[in-house]
Ligand binder design. Structure first.
Ligand code: SAM
Length: 275
């Protein structure tokens, strides 16, 4: 019988956020795959758990992934943890889940701390529809391309960002989305200095120019307001019918086309075209 892969979320700042189920899973797993074994050892020490650890991080994941899959296929159960938060969300782990799924291994995710959801819920922005954009590239060109692709995104957008890159990112965002776009900067979540700054992109730039950003940030940016098309008037209809008739189209067909284009009833367009 193959074992299983458990994704075990760990606190993003407050150790009290570890759940009973996460403790039990860590205790019962045959081994733990950890992004940084030193970070995870501190947590295990706090929980009083002694367990064999395997390092699994960005630069060894190809080779370690195969080894972990093999051990699970041989019947062992693995608990995957990252440095903080939910494994596989902007963390190594995405690849391991894929490999396990392909090998027919059951993957079980335990719900728990996750910076993106914690930030969204306290952002004050619309939460009904949102998109998570992870980290933007450090390369200016691809960062701008990524933002450009979101220029008309109507859903609330969530980004992870490192403090030393924050100001550049805010400046690029203001260029693409406009300085008046609302943003909530969620900093040091669940920690002593947790803070949510609800402002605009322009306001955030001013703030962090004066006071260099410190700590961990999630940026929750309001979606674009859909451009409202002004309702067409009978005068617009008359103009459009005249234009079409000048091209040799019959009044009947011009009225039909203009009514569709301008979303007006045909009789209104017809009457307007006669005036
Ligand atoms: N997998 C983790 C999760 O989804 O919770 C995120 C890991 S990602 C490598 C780290 C990023 O998450 C940080 O750069 C920051 O943007 C965000 N983050 C993590 N902990 C945070 C906290 N306590 N407060 C604000 N942002 C945090």
């Amino acid at each position: 019988m193959p074992g299983m892969l458990y994704l075990v979320p760990t606190p993003i700042g407050n150790l009290g956020d570890i759940s009973q189920r996460c403790r039990e899973t860590l205790e019962q797993a045959d081994f733990i795959a950890a992004e940084d074994t030193r970070v995870s050892l501190k947590l295990l020490h706090y929980l009083g758990i002694k367990k064999s650890l395997v390092s699994y991080f960005e630069h060894n994941k190809a080779q370690k992934g195969e080894m972990i899959v093999q051990r699970i296929l041989e019947g062992e159960t693995c608990a995957l943890v990252s440095d903080a938060g939910s494994p596989a969300i902007s963390d190594p782990g995405e690849e391991l889940v894929k490999q396990c799924a392909e090998a027919g291994i059951t993957v079980c995710a335990i719900p728990g701390p996750c910076a993106v959801i914690t930030a969204l819920s306290i952002s004050g922005q619309a939460t009904g529809r949102f998109c998570f954009e992870g980290f933007l590239s450090t390369a200016k060109k691809s960062r701008k391309e990524h933002l450009e692709s979101l220029r008309r995104e109507p859903r609330t957008m969530i980004f992870y960002e490192a403090p030393h890159k924050l100001l550049n990112t805010l400046e690029d965002m203001a260029e693409v989305f406009g300085a008046d776009r609302p943003i909530s900067l969620c900093r040091e979540l669940t920690k002593l200095h947790e803070e949510v700054v609800r402002t605009t992109l322009g306001g955030a730039i001013e703030l962090y120019q004066d006071q260099p950003p410190k700590g961990e940030f999630v940026l929750v940016v309001a979606g674009a307001v859909p451009e409202e098309k002004a309702a067409a008037t009978p005068e617009d209809a008359a103009r459009r019918v005249a234009e079409l008739m000048e091209k040799g189209i019959s009044r009947k067909d011009a009225v039909k086309q203009a009514a569709t284009e301008l979303d007006l009833p045909k009789n209104i367009v017809y009457d307007a075209s006669l005036r």
